[in-house]
Design a protein around this ligand. Structure first.
Ligand code: DGY
Length: 324
C-alpha cells in the first residue's frame, strides 16, 4: 500500500499542475470533472489526507461532519471560500487555505472587459452580425455609452477592487469612487486616485457603472436589490465579477426591463450553473460563465498556490494562505 500523502482534486486542473502534484503526492482525480456529490466528498474526507475543492463544491456542515476524518487540510483552488463552512471545518480540526493574489489581475481585466462590452454593445453587435442582420454602417447603429471619463463605483475595495481602480483610472480616465468596511487611508486614496463614498447610497447615486468586488457574507448577501436599483442613476450599468448571491437577480431583471438600468455585465450567478431565464432573455445583459480567473497563466498559478499550501502544511509548517 502506498505511504505517500494522498490528496483528492475535486475537478480536473491544468495538466502541468496535475503532473507536478503527482510527483509529490498520491493524487486522486475526479476524471468525470463534474461537481462531486456530498457522499463523494465525505468519502474523500474519510480516505484522503488533503482535499482540494473549488467553488463548485458546497462543503457545508453536513459534508464536513465526518467522524474522525483523515483529511487535515482543505486547500481550495480559488480565492473565494464562502462555499466552505469554516466553523464546521475548525470543529473537525481541518485547516482551510485559498489562493489570493494570483487571480487579481485577470479578474480585474475581465471586469474591464464587461464594462466595455456592456457600454459598447460588443456582444449584441457580434450576435447581430452572425445572424446576418448587419445592413452596414449608419450613424444611429447601436449607440453605446462612452466609458472614458465616466464614474465607476466599486463596492468592495480589496485586491481586485484596487486592480480595477488602477485600470479604470489610469487607462480610461474614469472617476473612481469606492466603498469598503476598511476604506483606504486618505494618503492611499490620493495615491490611487479614488474617492471614498460615505455609504452605499452615496456610491449608487453618483456612479455610471457600479462594479461589485466584495465577498458574500450574511451582511452582503442580496445587498443589491430593488431599493438599490432605484437609487442608481437612470441608465447606469451593473457589473458583477464577484459572487452572484450579492444581487437579487429577479430585481435586476426588473430594473433592466424597466430601462432603469441600461445594461448589466455578469460573470457570476446565485445558483451556478443556472442562469435565470429572465436575464437570458434581455439582450442588454452580457452573460459570461464564471471566467474571472480563466486564463491558462492564472489557472496554473492558482494550482501552484494550492501546491505551496499543501507542501508547507504537510511539511509541518503554517500554510501561507490559511483562512481557518
Ligand atoms: C475564485 O477564485 O473565487 C473564483 O471565483 C473561482 O472560484
Amino acid at each position: 500500500m502506498s505511504s505517500r500523502t494522498r490528496i483528492v482534486l475535486s475537478r480536473r486542473w491544468p495538466g502541468r499542475i496535475e503532473a507536478l502534484l503527482e510527483e509529490d503526492y498520491e493524487v486522486w482525480r475526479n476524471d468525470h470533472d463534474q461537481p462531486m456529490s456530498a457522499a463523494a466528498m465525505r468519502q474523500a474526507l474519510r480516505r484522503a489526507d488533503g482535499f482540494c475543492p473549488t467553488v463548485t463544491d458546497r462543503m457545508d456542515a453536513g459534508v464536513l461532519r465526518v467522524p474522525s476524518p483523515r483529511t487535515r487540510i482543505l486547500a481550495n483552488f480559488g480565492v473565494g471560500f464562502e462555499h466552505i463552512d469554516l466553523d464546521a471545518a475548525r470543529r473537525s480540526g481541518i485547516v482551510v487555505t485559498n489562493t489570493p493574489d494570483v487571480l487579481t489581475d485577470c479578474t480585474a481585466d475581465l471586469t474591464m472587459a464587461l464594462i466595455l462590452a456592456t457600454a459598447r454593445g460588443v456582444a449584441s453587435g457580434d450576435r447581430m452580425l452572425r445572424a446576418g442582420d448587419w445592413a452596414g454602417w449608419r450613424p444611429t447603429h447601436i449607440p453605446g455609452v462612452r466609458v472614458s471619463g465616466k464614474t465607476l463605483g466599486l463596492v468592495g475595495f480589496g485586491r481586485i477592487g484596487r486592480a480595477v481602480a488602477r485600470r479604470a483610472g489610469l487607462g480610461f480616465g474614469m472617476r473612481v469612487r469606492v466603498l469598503d468596511p476598511r476604506p483606504p487611508a486618505d494618503e492611499e486614496a490620493r495615491d490611487l486616485g479614488v474617492e471614498v463614498c460615505a455609504d452605499l447610497d452615496d456610491l449608487l447615486e453618483t456612479s455610471d457603472f457600479v462594479s461589485l468586488h466584495c465577498p458574500v457574507t450574511p451582511k452582503t448577501e442580496r445587498m443589491i436589490g430593488q431599493s438599490q436599483f432605484r437609487r442608481m442613476r437612470p441608465g447606469a450599468i451593473l457589473i458583477n465579477t464577484a459572487r452572484g448571491a450579492l444581487v437579487d437577480e429577479r430585481a435586476l431583471a426588473g430594473a433592466l426591463r424597466s430601462k432603469r438600468l441600461a445594461a448589466a455585465g455578469l460573470d457570476v450567478y446565485a445558483r451556478e450553473p443556472e442562469v435565470p431565464a429572465e436575464l437570458r432573455e434581455i439582450g442588454r445583459v452580457v452573460l459570461l460563465p464564471h471566467l474571472g480567473s480563466a486564463t491558462q497563466e492564472t489557472r496554473e498559478a492558482m494550482g501552484m498556490r494550492v501546491k505551496e499550501n499543501l507542501d508547507r502544511f504537510f511539511a509541518g509548517e503554517e500554510p501561507p494562505d490559511r483562512v481557518a
